[in-house]
Design a protein around this ligand. Sequence first.
Ligand SMILES: Nc1ncnc2c1ncn2[C@@H]1O[C@H](COP(=O)(O)OP(=O)(O)OP(=O)(O)O)[C@@H](O)[C@H]1O
Length: 314
Amino acid sequence: MTLTTAQPQTQSVVLTAYDLWKSYGSNHVVQGVNFTLNSGEILGLLGPNGAGKTTTVGMLYGAVIPSRGFVQLGQHQIQSQGRLARSSMGIVTQDDNLDPDFSVFDNLIFFAHHYRIVGKTARKRAGELLAQVGLQDYAKHRVDELSGGMKRRLVLARALINQPQVVFLDEPTTGLDPHARQDFWKLVSQLKQKGCGVLLTTHYMDEAQRLCDRLILLQQGKMIDQGTPEELIERTVGTEVVEIEGISAEIIQQLAHQYQTWYRSFGNGYLIGLPADNPHSLWECLDATNPVSLTRRHTNLDDVFLHLTGMSLE
Ligand SMILES: Nc1ncnc2c1ncn2[C@@H]1O[C@H](COP(=O)(O)OP(=O)(O)OP(=O)(O)O)[C@@H](O)[C@H]1O
């Protein structure tokens, strides 16, 4: 499976979001989102359920009208030049919305017509895309004969029919098994290699950590932090943490204060950061409290979210 889209180029800004807000009545579900997306970059919008990811992406591709702010895609503003802007984007939404009355191949042909890609050109491109996502043997099958993972790959192929510069992937692997998710991740990585700008929303931290060059963390519609996955982890939670159960609130608070580190409620116990300069000493103190369970491990993006918001991502 290998994908073809826009040709590789030196990195340049392909999408800019300027101060995006969305309110439903007095409910401000997106509040001042600003960022740029470069060609050949995978940018992740990460946040718990209801953080405003889908609403933000909807504003980026023109399905949701911002209450304030605007989006620039290449030379075009999405709100005033939507048709032109949409000709250089591809969209994978959360639901498959494939047409069950058409074959796999005809789903692509039908969609190509939206972009006035017809006849031999449409058939050639549809054939190539099916091969690229590994569905060439299913061209004549009905859509409802495909597995969940195959449908997702078909939706991705469909999103690429117009050779977009920017691809929006809104929680694209939700509900897929681990194998199907990995297949999908390979295709997303290939988009990046081909120079496409990819905007991905997810609440899977492994997906974000594995795929994204840069992340924006959203909570209640606000950007609470951004950076590469490594930067965010290093800056926020350090390298190692301990999961501990069976320790009193007073003792964990006292130890965190003594070692000048952070802690949060976690499951039935607590998560506490190990100081980089003296991890062993705190570990020994925790062990000496005779906890019910004690686990030392490397930090991850979920710890970042827990530290920043008190909430777990998954
Ligand atoms: N059309 C609408 N009318 C009113 N409220 C809405 C509308 N669309 C979204 N919301 C609200 O906006 C908030 C953000 O929703 P959104 O779907 O963008 O979050 P999300 O981060 O994508 O969540 P999930 O991970 O569950 O998909 C939610 O509280 C939701 O109820």
